[in-house]
Design a protein around this ligand. Sequence first.
Ligand SMILES: [Zn+2]
Length: 176
Amino acid sequence: MRTRAPNFPDQSLKARKARKAAYHDKWNRENPERVKAWYTKDIEHSRVIRAKWHKENPERKAVANAKWQEANPEYMRVAGRKASRKRRVLKRVLPYVEHVTPMPASGLCPYCRVPMIGKGHELNAPSLDHIVPLAKGGHHISENTMMICRQCNTIKGDRPLSYLLDKIAARDVATH
Ligand SMILES: [Zn+2]
């Protein structure tokens, strides 16, 4: 007769799932470089997976965020400086000009050419880009804003445009 593993008398689906999750957590903790390699192998794909996880686990995301921020004080200082520069520009530093940034007539992201038909935080949603980032001294004026897809905006961040174009070129090479 086949016997169950004596260590695990509880064979309910819930218990088995919990054991599986614990096993994966342990493996992830013990193999940080493997996890990192997996995440960096396909950054955009891992971003999509992470976004999905964040959406489904808002409480765990908040806990993880707080932990990470505590462990990375230097990053938080830099991020704080960037954010405060951005707030200053948006609120007080002139010229601050209220304006509407039009969508491109084609509806396509001017950089990666994806149709910008997504909503909210979807990767193909339109988002406002500051051509010269606010954090780098750009201003919130119509000459410095354009609509690009959220994915491009996320990749660009406050880096120069050439960084984004390099990433898109590398992606196009990989997929064609
Ligand atoms: Zn794009």
